[in-house]
Design a protein around this ligand. Sequence first.
Ligand code: NDP
Ligand code: MG
Length: 389
Amino acid sequence: MRRVSVFGATGSIGQNTLDLIKRAPDAYQVVALSGAGNITQLAQDAQDLNAEIALTARDDLYDDLKSALAGTGIEVAAGQVALNDAACRPADWVMSAIIGAAGLQPGLLALQNGADLALANKESMVTAGRLMRETAQNAGRKILPVDSEHSAVFQALLGEDLSAVERVIITASGGAFLGWPIEKLADVTPQQAATHPNWDMGTRITIDSASMFNKALEVIEAKEFFDFRPSQIEVLIHPQSMIHALVGFTDGALMAHIGPPDMRHAIGFALHYPNRAPLPVERLDLRKIGQFTFQDPDEVRHPALRLARTVMETGGLSGAVFNAAKEIALDGFLGRQIGFLDMADVVETVMDRLLGCADINAAQTLDNVLAMDHLARQEARSVIARKPI
Ligand code: NDP
Ligand code: MG
């Protein structure tokens, strides 16, 4: 039996992961399941899967989780330290599906303690890509991409020589407001932005899709994951969300990964790697689909993509600045303190202030990444408080 843990088990990726695990319960021993606010779901899944330990990131919900699992024999814990401890428990495979920079530390610890890491938490690669890769290398473990685009690139590269790669095309759906005039975007609500045309995902990533911050994070993630040059990475809007990425080789061949917009494909690929196993995803009928369309993204409309290029050129701790400022700007938009288009202004203002500082090129240690993350959050909060920006 493979020992597996799922961090962020109550979220969109976490639930899709548990769906696959529940279909083959005899194949897995579930070690740790973590959540934050959704105690009912967490307790139910911990019981269904007979997990060793269930954890909530929220200290204030410890008693609720404890009473929900009373008499089951399942261990219960709460808080960041407990999450980190649980990530150190022996496991063969760990899913990193916490949202935001909070997912970085458990993933690093899981790698250090001998697990292969299925990485949905793109923030880990954006804030600390080099650290993640070095940690995996030193531990002799693998990081398996779960973001659909990166899983697609990973699959297109199997058996290929990386030096024969000319370019990589990451596709984007365009999000909730594709085709809307830019004047209308200033007044859109979080609820409107949280509606995705194709993918069923968590609220935060869905809004990031509409603002293109998700794609900006993914461009940086692609560079960090595969060591591509920034100039090799292109973004193309593909509203059908069925071609997830394409890899172009020096002989002109373009290898595309095509599949339905269902995260269980990328999760299942990472779960069964290096094998392919049958997965419960829709088989596409290309006759019915008829056509795939593509268009260039508009970087004036979506400054996030331009900012991602600056991050890739700057390197060092600039990814931590970009991600932290984006997380706080998104909080500001969700709390109706700033508008949809203000999010990019907040991030750019924070980058202007911090990317020139001497510390930006400090070594990518966990402490340095967390310190820069903290600083950027403070800056972003003060930028929002001093609106209009
Ligand atoms: P969700 O918001 O649906 O789920 C997030 C998970 O993290 C939940 O289990 C949540 O607990 C938990 N959580 C929230 N805040 C904290 C915290 N501070 N500390 C610890 N745990 C916390 O997110 P998604 O599943 O959509 O996304 C997860 C990750 O995967 C993100 O990095 C995202 O970018 C990436 N990803 C997601 C895709 C998708 O299809 N959803 C596609 C590609 C990548 P609770 O719900 O109990 O409060
Ligand atoms: Mg993606």
